[in-house]
Design a protein around this ligand. Structure first.
Ligand SMILES: Nc1ncnc2c1ncn2[C@@H]1O[C@H](COP(=O)(O)OP(=O)(O)O)[C@@H](O)[C@H]1O
Ligand SMILES: O=C(O)[C@H](O)[C@@H](O)[C@H](O)[C@H](O)COP(=O)(O)O
Length: 177
């Protein structure tokens, strides 16, 4: 027979979690998000794959998205999260508070794991994946648009200078607590 502590630990481990791996381009949403989903025994969806083709074309051409471009994409992300039957991690920049509010309006228990880093390190990481559609020239617009998590938002931030495995370990610990 299991003890009360063991039962509580097992409940926490099996809890269904709704997580957005958030941050600007190059911050590790895809890398850390996929590893985190694996660690939590859930599914990972890359928000990049949910952008309308016009959004991808716009970014690839070096023009930042605006609120109107992002609205249908954020609604799709909220709908995916709300429809998840098990633990779900979605990589989504979720740069503004209003974008996170939109996702929460569909899936209120969504938790945000924000990967933060210096411009220099982010630029280095973006430059190291030249085949990606997102041009380095959009990094400053991404950083200019970013609104940090506010105290009343359910979330946690990590420094992208840490290795992915460490971020995942700490994030999973925080999420399960
Ligand atoms: N914490 C990290 N430490 C070292 N390299 C990382 C880390 N996170 C991501 N990377 C690398 O940086 C690049 C950008 O990461 P990626 O996951 O594609 O970011 P995003 O999805 O946010 O654009 C990739 O080449 C990835 O392997
Ligand atoms: O809202 C946006 O401007 C985009 O969602 C952007 O933040 C996101 O980062 C791109 O999809 C690029 O993809 P990567 O994040 O993989 O560079």
């Amino acid at each position: 027979m299991s003890t009360a502590v063991e039962r509580a630990e097992s409940d926490a481990a099996s809890r269904t979690l709704h997580v957005i791996a958030m941050g600007v381009s190059g911050s590790g949403k895809s890398t850390v998000g996929a590893l985190l989903a694996e660690e939590l025994g859930g599914e990972f969806v890359d928000g990049d794959d949910l952008h309308p083709a016009a959004n991808v074309a716009k970014m690839a051409a070096g023009t930042p998205l605006d609120d109107d471009d992002r609205a249908p994409w954020l609604r799709e992300i909220g709908a995916r999260m709300a429809a998840a039957t098990g633990t779900m991690v979605i990589g989504c920049s979720a740069l503004k508070r209003s974008y996170r509010d939109l996702i929460r309006s569909a899936a209120p228990d969504t938790v945000f794991v924000h990967m933060r880093g210096s411009r220099e390190l982010l630029a280095e990481r973006m430059a190291a994946r030249p085949e990606h559609f997102m041009p380095l020239s959009l990094l400053d617009s991404q950083l200019g648009t970013l609104e940090e998590l506010e105290p009343d938002e359910h979330g946690v931030a990590f420094d992208v200078a840490e290795p992915p495995a460490q971020i995942v370990r700490e994030a999973a610990e925080w999420l399960r607590a």
